[in-house]
Design a protein around this ligand. Structure first.
Ligand SMILES: Nc1nc2c(c(=O)[nH]1)N[C@H]1C(S)=C(S)[C@@H](COP(=O)(O)OP(=O)(O)OC[C@H]3O[C@@H](n4cnc5c(=O)[nH]c(N)nc54)[C@H](O)[C@@H]3O)O[C@H]1N2
Ligand SMILES: Nc1nc2c(c(=O)[nH]1)N[C@H]1C(S)=C(S)[C@@H](COP(=O)(O)OP(=O)(O)OC[C@H]3O[C@@H](n4cnc5c(=O)[nH]c(N)nc54)[C@H](O)[C@@H]3O)O[C@H]1N2
Ligand code: SF4
Ligand SMILES: [Mo]
Length: 749
């Protein structure tokens, strides 16, 4: 707490102002899509609406309260530090920390509504048990004692009859606190010997691909974008998913940097780009290889860097030759001239940054695609230089002390199976060999909302309807998943408990201070799991730890990136930068050869092409021509700036901004189906169907349709969302999800 600061006294710097306008989206269009007639709503209109609501909430409060430092724990690149003003244990105002270089004073459109979220009338505030049918959403209040007794008894019975692996956790990123997400809950499931969950829904293919090239995933920090001369946005929608990076990109642009966007969808950044490559989805691997071919043929590569710091150049030359420009043009749907322009610009403009997003790798060829793109920066010598380089994810080259937090030792010698969260429907309906033999009898969901976010949710629903499945859900709200619970546990919000955080884009660690007491009988995940563990009779010391104990354990001073960072310092300073400036500036690469590997023996041994290759999508024109005839459109369902995965959809102001779910259809695809702007259309494939309102545009590539991810099904007109149609097929690396390898057809509803 810092009582010297008053939010109303804070002045916004120019950068803070830019951040706020970027965060609230000044001037860019809904969903980052432009160029369509009948625009839905401009973000500037929305921002005005959103901000007027937010300020109306607070300006009526003339009292000056105490300031606490919170950290927005959503699964978001930005990890904003929030200044929270509290009067009489009630939050009256929030604002982004103006002193933090990335947050720079502004929150995003969504999270300006955090006060409405915390004090939402529908929060789950007490433990409850089901009294209606599964999915009906009828519950009655019980005590924590009864909730813990019921869970303990059920878990003991299931373990006795089926073994402990009949119990499985299901969690992802509702809250990214180091203690309350990645840490303490794992201990509990390790102790009982539950089935391990492979949490591969998000970014894992890319995370696996990059280390083959560089040795680890360390990429450049967001502040360095401002110092680049060329920024390549490859399969990412910064204006929606990473609003606080926009100001750095704008700063670079003001200083003359070139902006290139590679995306099947014209994002807000594409609108400002010098070059927009509207690539056919799933073909980026061919583009990367084709660009490398041009760089090599035209001798635009950095010979000195290649000679000194890489291995496998000869093999790369041979592979790249297989991608002449005409062939790449045909695969990617791009004109040869634009491919050539991109290659020449990239070969001659330095320093340059290639930024790779996560959406693109949620494809059956996602890992191979990221691997191909990762080879571009070393070819032009853009590794370890200021303002130049590559970035995918920045939370994996260093970390907190996961072993101490997660306590793998607690399951001892037991060999426990691992199941992939992307296959939840198959898991619950016994469609995997493993679950046919040993079914999951209890699922414990926390930090996730599978009924909104999981692929093939049609099948997930069938699983959750099972009368013999004991479902426990710890959540803040009565979402669609909670409706199927046998026991609901009330989760507190991050304003109500302590945690520490790690940015996954920026180079910061942060401390989240409890600003108010937990509402009702809600508890942090730490308290939920530690209390339950003790209730079950586990007397291991770790279950007696307080949050502070766990935070102290997590910050391991032996980690070179955490040098000079202690818990006490972090608590006092609220956020601190890790000990890193420019990754790989020492030209030391932790690969098997110690160099950047254009050719990787390890890739080969793991069953992949040792250099890189373009592999057509498993569901698409080339691999499944018959299915393609039936369902000729590829559906993309990436993030929207107005929701954070499924979160905030239940906030009325957000619903106003979001409106009805829409689908963006290319003009030609609409014409051939007699679909007009505003028509209600049905979108369908063999997995399921839902209804959406048509927006006709040229901002999507012909042959692909686009909608947004993760609304709450029950808040939509017929109780279904787009995940009815998405596949639960597993991608090429690390078991990743394949939301975008998805063929569909549309017709008037
Ligand atoms: N506002 C908001 N912010 C978020 C989230 C949110 O839901 N809302 N989600 C958070 C999470 S969990 C994550 S993982 C990140 C994701 O952040 P991003 O990586 O930005 O992820 P997506 O929005 O899924 O996809 C990014 C872009 O990939 C493009 N794309 C899809 N297929 C292809 C392809 O084949 N090739 C190319 N080149 N591009 C393709 C899409 O059109 C989209 O613009 O965002 C985080 N931030
Ligand atoms: N179609 C489609 N589907 C997608 C995606 C896509 O691009 N397209 N993206 C996928 C990706 S990348 C991701 S990461 C996943 C995200 O999937 P999730 O991580 O499940 O998404 P969220 O909606 O952020 O969070 C889920 C729940 O966590 C709860 N929660 C928040 N804080 C706490 C807490 O402190 N304790 C407890 N117990 N609960 C809490 C929230 O109330 C919310 O109900 O979605 C995936 N789904
Ligand atoms: S969702 Fe992202 S941009 Fe919005 S407040 Fe949270 S961390 Fe910041
Ligand atoms: Mo994600």
């Amino acid at each position: 707490m810092d009582t010297n600061k008053r939010l109303s006294d804070l002045k916004l710097s120019r950068r803070a102002f830019l951040a706020t306008s970027a965060a609230t989206g000044g001037g860019v269009m809904l969903f980052g899509l432009t160029g369509c007639k009948n625009q839905i709503d401009t973000i500037s209109d929305e921002a005005e609406k959103a901000n007027s609501v937010a300020s109306a909430e607070v300006t009526s409060q003339r009292v000056k309260g105490d300031i606490y430092y919170n950290v927005c724990p959503r699964n978001c690149h930005d990890t904003c530090t929030i200044l929270t003003e509290v009067v009489d244990d009630r939050i009256v105002r929030i604002q982004g920390d103006p002193d933090h270089p990335i947050t720079a004073g502004g929150l995003c459109v969504k999270m300006n509504h955090y006060i409405n979220w915390v004090y939402h009338p529908d929060r789950v505030l007490y433990p409850m048990k089901r009294i209606g049918k599964k999915g009906e959403g009828k519950f009655e209040r019980i005590t924590w004692e009864e909730a813990y007794d019921t869970i303990t008894e059920k878990f003991n019975d299931i373990t006795q009859e089926f073994g402990s692996e009949a119990i499985m956790p299901y969690s992802y990123s509702g809250n990214l606190g180091i203690i309350n997400n990645y840490g303490v809950p794992y201990r509990f499931f390790h102790k009982i010997g539950a089935t391990h969950l492979d949490r591969a829904i998000c970014s894992d293919a890319g995370s696996m691909a990059n280390p083959y090239t560089y040795g680890h995933n360390g990429g450049v920090d967001p502040e360095s974008y401002a110092r680049t001369k060329m920024y390549v946005s490859w399969g990412i929608n910064e204006a929606a998913t990473n609003v606080h990076a926009i100001k750095f990109i704008q700063e670079a642009k003001e200083k003359g940097a070139k902006i290139v966007v590679v995306n099947p969808v014209r994002t807000a950044l594409a609108n400002q780009a010098d070059l927009f490559l509207q690539v056919k989805p799933g073909t980026d691997g061919a583009l990367a290889l084709g660009v490398m071919n041009i760089l090599i043929k035209e001798e635009l590569y950095d010979e000195e860097f290649v000679n000194n710091h890489t291995i496998g150049f000869e093999e790369l030359v041979k592979e790249a030759e297989k991608y002449p420009i005409e062939k790449v043009s045909e695969i990617t749907g791009l004109r040869s001239e634009e491919i050539l322009e991109f290659a020449r610009m990239y070969g001659t403009t330095k320093p340059s940054i290639v930024r790779v997003g996560y959406g693109m790798q949620r494809n059956t060829n996602g890992g191979n695609t990221v691997r191909a793109i990762s080879l571009l920066p070393p070819l032009v010598g853009m590794v370890g230089v200021d303002g130049g380089g590559y970035v995918y994810i920045n939370s994996q080259f260093w970390g907190y002390d996961w072993d101490a937090l997660r306590r793998f030792d607690l399951y001892g010698d037991r060999e426990l199976r691992t199941l992939n969260m992307n296959e939840l429907g198959k898991i619950l309906t016994g469609q995997l060999d493993s679950t046919a033999k040993l079914p999951i009898k209890s699922l414990f969901v926390y930090n996730s909302n599978p009924m909104a976010i999981a692929p093939n949710v049609n099948l997930v629903r069938k699983g959750l309807e099972r009368e013999d499945l004991f479902l426990v859900v710890a959540d803040i709200f009565h979402n669609d998943t909670v409706d199927y619970a046998d026991i609901i546990l009330p989760a507190a919000t991050f304003f109500e408990y302590e945690d520490i955080h790690q940015d996954y884009l920026g180079y910061y660690v942060r401390h989240n201070t409890p600003a108010i007491k937990p509402l009702g009988e809600s508890k942090s995940n730490l308290d939920i799991f530690h209390d339950l563990a003790r209730h079950m009779g586990f007397d291991d010391d770790c279950f007696k730890e307080t949050t502070e104990d766990a935070c102290r354990i997590a910050i391991n001073p032996d980690n070179k990136y955490l040098k000079n960072i202690s818990y006490d310092d972090l608590k006092e300073k609220h956020w601190m930068r890790i000990n890193e400036t420019t990754p790989f500036s020492d030209k030391v690469f932790p690969t098997p050869s110690g160099k950047i590997e254009f050719y990787s023996e390890k890739l080969k041994n793991d069953g992949y092409h040792p250099v890189a290759e373009y592999v057509p999508l498993e569901e698409g024109e080339i691999k499944t021509p018959d299915l393609f005839k039936k369902y000729p459109l590829q559906l993309l369902s990436p993030a929207t700036k107005n929701l954070l995965n499924s979160q905030m959809h239940n906030i009325p102001q957000i619903q106003d901004i979001l409106g009805d779910p829409i689908i963006y259809i290319n003009k030609k695809d609409a014409e051939s189906r007699n679909i007009n702007e505003g028509d209600l259309i049905e979108i369908f494939n063999d997995r399921g169907k839902t209804k959406l309102k048509a927006v006709i545009t040229d901002a999507t590539k012909e042959g692909s349709v686009v909608t947004f991810a993760c609304p709450w099904p029950k808040l939509l007109q017929d109780g279904t969302s787009i995940n009815e149609l998405t596949p639960d097929r597993i991608g090429d690396m690390a078991g990743v999800s394949t939301f975008h390898t998805n063929l569909v057809e549309i017709k008037l509803a």
